[in-house]
Design a protein around this ligand. Structure first.
Ligand SMILES: Nc1ncnc2c1ncn2[C@@H]1O[C@H](COP(=O)(O)OP(=O)(O)OP(=O)(O)O)[C@@H](O)[C@H]1O
Ligand SMILES: [Mg+2]
Length: 397
């Protein structure tokens, strides 16, 4: 079961050359070979890990001693040990626990071993298993001969290990426009007709998908059946409904499923889910959140909720603000719409914000700019639903 769960190295893989090189360099150096590939669901963490494992240098150094553990099927320390024993094909011995068999093997290793813990967010966040899982990981690290790759939703690697992380503060980034387009065309195959029109339509679609690899692959699959302009119309009408394929939804066949999985694994509910809904309503996210979030939702202490959302990668930090990738935003906005009370509070906040802006345009402009789309959306929504409590909104114009 585990062998068949080890994925094949993806054939279409664009725009990650630099990250693959960095990962390979880290694994091939003498010290510190603990590599963390972090980031949002569908961003390409597993694909990157597989390409790093498949590189000539890593294969040269570690051929036959690379073990891929698909952690989404393991929930605690014990099942992880069981999984490792199975994948390493270790034989159980009488009077020895699985734990002893595993560590005797790892400590006696003569040559370097690479263990890839893929999708580690599942055991890391499951029930009360974190302590046990943390101990296991740290014991493995102490074995000396073991290099690790962990892929995980979130911004930081697990435990107190000095992980070398790929990408930026929130993990591996979205694709750049050019490789995103190469990937889209490769996934769409020869059904894609080439014309100037379709080039700009692809550019616009990929921009709207925020260059998220999973969204690119799923949208491109449809081009095999429907023309590009129909696909674009479907996106405008149904948004994330085009980001799905096949009859059985899974993390790799549906963007909505992948996002709901994060909501489930990171136990996002109650006020945290409401905050997520509010962020999905705001096109600019929450600029300078440390300053503005307490003003938006006065009387509440939301730092812990923000940290849970950052851990899940459903939002990410950028320039001191909180942002959301477009496919996540569309899904949350349609499945968990913002509550009227939150919009009322945002309207109140922005009313005061506008009132307090400096009179001088030169000073007002840089304060206003990061919020401009939020302000427009908040007041338009309130006016069209008849909830606006603002008598004069001429300040916006
Ligand atoms: N650089 C890339 N170019 C083209 N396609 C890519 C790239 N990276 C990933 N993909 C595609 O995007 C999809 C998601 O990739 P992957 O499974 O690696 O993401 P992930 O970050 O591990 O997701 P999850 O958090 O659900 O485990 C896959 O179908 C993969 O083929
Ligand atoms: Mg993965």
């Amino acid at each position: 079961m585990i062998e068949s769960a080890t994925p094949a190295v993806p054939i279409v893989f664009k725009g990650r050359e630099e990250l693959v090189d960095q990962g390979v360099t880290i694994l091939c150096q003498k010290a510190l070979r603990f590599l963390a590939i972090m980031g949002a669901g569908g961003m390409g963490k597993t694909s990157l890990a597989l390409h790093i494992m498949d590189s000539a240098l890593v294969k040269d150094k570690l051929a036959g001693r690379c073990y891929f553990i698909p952690c989404e099927i393991f929930e605690d320390e014990e099942s992880l040990v069981q999984g490792l024993i199975h994948v390493m094909k270790l034989t159980m011995q009488e009077n020895k626990s699985k734990h002893e068999v595993l560590f005797e093997h790892l400590k006696a290793a003569y040559e370097d071993v690479l263990i890839v813990f893929d999708n580690f967010e599942t055991p890391w966040n499951h029930g009360d298993s974190r302590n046990g899982v943390k101990n296991l990981l740290e014991k493995i690290v102490k074995c000396g001969k073991v290099s690790l790759i962990v892929t995980m939703r979130g911004p930081d690697g697990p435990g107190d290990i000095s992980w070398e992380r790929l990408g930026d503060e929130s993990g591996i980034p979205k694709l750049l426009p050019v490789p995103a387009k190469e990937a889209f065309k490769a996934f769409a195959g020869n059904k894609l007709q080439s014309s100037n029109d379709s080039e700009s339509q692809i550019d616009s679609l990929l921009y709207q998908l925020d260059y998220v690899p999973l969204a690119i692959r799923l949208s491109a699959q449809h081009v095999k059946r429907v023309p590009l302009n129909t696909l674009i119309r479907m996106w405008e009408q149904g948004k994330t409904s085009i980001l799905t394929e096949g009859p059985v939804p899974g993390r790799l066949t549906s963007v909505s499923f992948s996002i709901d999985l994060s909501i489930q694994i990171f136990k996002i509910d109650g006020r945290t889910l409401e905050l997520l809904s509010a962020i999905s309503f705001l096109p600019d996210g929450i600029p300078v959140w440390i300053e503005y979030l307490p003003q938006m939702f006065q009387g509440e202490e939301l730092d812990f909720n923000v940290s849970t959302l950052l851990d899940s990668s459903l939002i990410y930090g950028q320039n001191a603000g909180l942002k959301m990738l477009a496919p996540v935003q569309e899904h949350i906005h349609s499945k968990y719409p913002i509550k009227q009370d939150s919009i009322d509070r945002l309207e109140k906040f922005y009313r005061l914000f506008l009132k307090d802006l400096p009179r001088n345009e030169m000073d007002a402009q840089p304060k206003l700019q990061p919020h401009i789309n939020n302000i427009e959306k908040t007041f338009k929504t309130q006016i069209s639903s008849g909830h606006s409590k603002t008598s004069c909104i001429s300040t916006i114009n």
